[in-house]
Design a protein around this ligand. Structure first.
Ligand SMILES: [Zn+2]
Length: 378
């Protein structure tokens, strides 16, 4: 099956395509709450208030987007379809407030350049490795807004653009600093365009849900794209990669480095951080089931199951992650349902590996083994 043959036929009107997609930050609200508690305890109420507002921010962003889109200019695409623009919110909540960069001319602002590079790396990766043009395969321009809000401790894809906070400076650095964060968030856009097609009534993509097992799959697919984008940009094979997501986002504390997540060893992205505690990702399906009995499991935690499976298959198969394991996952995306389960995606990736590489192939065996490692029943 060629890559282009599985491209969904979707409207170029992104306001329609993204209508039901809420914004998903790179880090869970629970972690922001820990930082908020620290500032509250220290009596820095203005920072605590900023952080408190962020966890209630989703609805606001949606409303703002509607206003902006009503007066939105029609972007002019470059001949190759590549348009990357970076704006500054100047520490307000206004997206696309001031255009900072739209060409290869470097800015004096680090965040601006990192956001530009993140979008470009994502575009280049998708085009070169999967022949997928921009987030929507329709050369959608990639816009970013940096310096969003004050002390904003997250980055998100709002349905048609990237938004990055500066962090609080003590626990979190600027969110443009890790290229895989850009890749992860724009990966949510790819998931929205490429998944849920098989089961939607009108043949238009519905994406993947953001709760239960589907939530972990949604987050996992974004980490999987994010890490490939990082590996491609840095020229690293699977064996050479650190398999860390957001390794520049949590600020160094007393000389110790932290990452948001580890795909090789979920639950060890950060360990015993004096204020943030320990990464709560799970990677065994049995652990997910245990936790799900008492609590709704955050998608950023249950994604460890998919992340670990992808890491295992990539390591087993060697070379670059996008050549085999990555290709299997990318080709599987149109088969993934809105309310997908871990068992479902496991079966589908195995079927795709068979289709692409043959029954009894090393690729099929590696994918099967990867799901056994994380205890997903086949
Ligand atoms: Zn995410």
């Amino acid at each position: 099956m060629s890559l282009s043959s599985v491209a969904p036929s979707v409207s170029t009107d992104t306001t329609v395509a993204y209508h039901h997609q809420p914004s998903h930050g790179i880090i869970p609200a629970e972690l922001i709450d820990k930082v908020k508690n620290y500032y509250e305890h220290k009596g820095h109420t203005h920072i605590a208030d900023d952080l408190s507002r962020q966890t209630h921010q989703q609805g606001h962003t949606r409303a703002q987007r509607t206003i902006r889109q009503a007066s939105r200019d029609v972007p002019s695409l470059l001949p190759d379809g590549q348009t990357v623009k970076v704006y500054s919110a100047r520490n307000t909540e206004r997206l696309r407030l001031k255009l900072m960069r739209s060409s290869s001319t470097v800015s004096s602002d680090k965040s601006v350049n990192e956001a530009y590079d993140g979008s470009k790396a994502t575009y280049d990766f998708l085009k070169k490795r999967y022949n997928w043009r921009s987030v929507d395969n329709h050369k959608m321009p990639l816009y970013s807004t940096v310096h969003y809000d004050r002390n904003y401790c997250n980055a998100f894809w709002d349905g048609d653009e990237m938004v990055y906070g500066d962090g609080d400076g003590k626990f979190f650095n600027r969110f443009t600093k890790s290229i895989d964060v850009a890749g992860h968030e724009m990966g949510h856009g790819v998931t929205q365009e490429r998944c849920g097609i098989a089961v939607s009534r009108d043949g238009k993509p519905t994406g993947v849900d953001y709760e239960k097992e589907a939530g972990g799959i949604n987050e996992g697919l974004s980490d999987i794209l994010g890490i490939q984008i990082k590996q491609n940009a840095l020229g690293l094979t699977s064996a050479q990669s650190d398999w860390l997501i957001g390794s520049e986002i949590i600020a160094e504390y007393k000389g110790k480095k932290y990452a948001l997540r580890s795909m090789a060893n979920p639950g060890t992205g950060f360990v015993d951080h004096p204020y943030l505690g320990t990464d709560s990702q799970v990677w065994r399906y049995s652990d997910y089931l245990t936790r799900a009995q008492t609590d709704e499991v955050d998608p950023h935690d249950s994604s460890g199951i998919v992340n670990k499976a992808f890491w295992h298959a990539s390591m087993k198969l060697g070379g670059n992650s996008w050549e085999k394991a990555g290709r299997v996952y990318f080709e599987t995306m149109p088969l993934i349902k809105f309310d997908e389960t871990f068992g479902g995606i496991a079966d589908k990736t195995i079927a795709t590996a068979q289709k692409l590489f043959g029954q009894g192939s090393a690729e099929e065996a590696a994918i099967i083994e990867s799901w056994k490692i994380v205890e997903v029943k086949l």
